[in-house]
Design a protein around this ligand. Structure first.
Ligand SMILES: [Zn+2]
Length: 273
């Protein structure tokens, strides 16, 4: 699923093309991506709304209009584009197509439809955002904030940093990577992570996310930027997608397990304690 760097990239790419634009009409092909809004209400709400700004919160793209916020969490295969001409693929997989007042079309494209679309009023947005933890690239996310979250939990440290109520936007790729860089065993009970290790983990989370944003995200399979390109960070990955390959630090073969959460965790037995 696109994580913080990938969603940030999508938002940055479509921002100049969407800011200030008015939505002339909207078409929704499937309702199974909607949460908390019906298809007709979404289409009615979008039609005539003007975009006043874009942002990202956790793994969500947030399009603020003069009515409500269109909040899109791209699923595994979710992507967003603004195009002058749609392709046959866009017509087929464009779950939401919104015609702009300059003749272009904003498309939320989602082959497997694992994404979610919300249409939130200010109170709904507040509730939604309040359930999510601090943004790792904001100054409010300090080593103390991370330390406190870890100290409260008996869950595996990997689960805690991927839990959106503790930290916004970190998913499997960057959790695996940050834990490797910090030399922490991903299965370690969070409250047993030392203060020094938590400090290191904080530093590596922040730097890897910032570096991945600069590289326009990581493309393993499906992810595309808002201009349709793959990201550039996949070549920088130390452990994710490298199970069985040699650790770049010590040469030992990297181990993989699904035992921590349901997802693949890749780590080095020697380097991560
Ligand atoms: Zn190693």
């Amino acid at each position: 699923m696109p994580e913080l760097p990938e969603v940030e990239t999508m938002v940055r790419d479509v921002t100049p093309l969407l800011s200030g634009r008015r939505f002339e009409s909207a078409r929704l092909s499937h309702r199974d991506v909607l949460d908390g809004v019906t298809g007709p209400a979404l289409v009615r709400g979008l039609t005539g709304a003007r975009v006043v700004g874009l942002a990202r919160r956790a793994k969500n793209a947030v399009i603020l209009t003069d009515r409500r916020r269109l909040v899109i969490q791209p699923g595994m295969t979710g992507a967003m584009f603004v195009k002058r001409r749609l392709t046959a693929d866009d017509a087929r997989y464009g779950v939401l197509q919104v015609r702009l007042d300059d003749g272009r079309t904003f498309v939320y494209h989602d082959v497997r439809r694992l994404g979610t679309i919300r249409w939130l009023d200010p109170a709904g947005w507040q509730r939604f955002s309040d359930r999510i933890g601090p943004e790792p690239l904001d100054a409010a996310f300090t080593p103390e904030v991370l330390r406190a979250a870890l100290a409260r939990s008996r869950a595996a440290v990997k689960k805690v940093i991927m839990d959106q109520k503790h930290l916004a936007g970190v998913g499997n790729i960057y959790a695996n990577e940050a834990l490797f860089l910090a030399g922490i065993d991903p299965s370690k009970e969070a409250r047993r992570v030392s203060a020094d290790q938590a400090g290191l983990l904080h530093r590596h989370l922040v730097t890897i996310l910032a570096d991945a944003v600069r590289a326009h995200g990581t493309t393993i399979r499906d992810y595309r930027t808002g201009t349709g390109e793959p990201g550039n960070f996949q070549g920088e990955l130390q452990v994710y997608d490298r199970e069985g390959q040699p650790c770049r630090r010590c040469g030992a073969p990297l181990a993989g397990t699904h035992g921590i959460d349901a997802r693949i965790t890749v780590f080095c037995y020697r380097c991560q304690r």
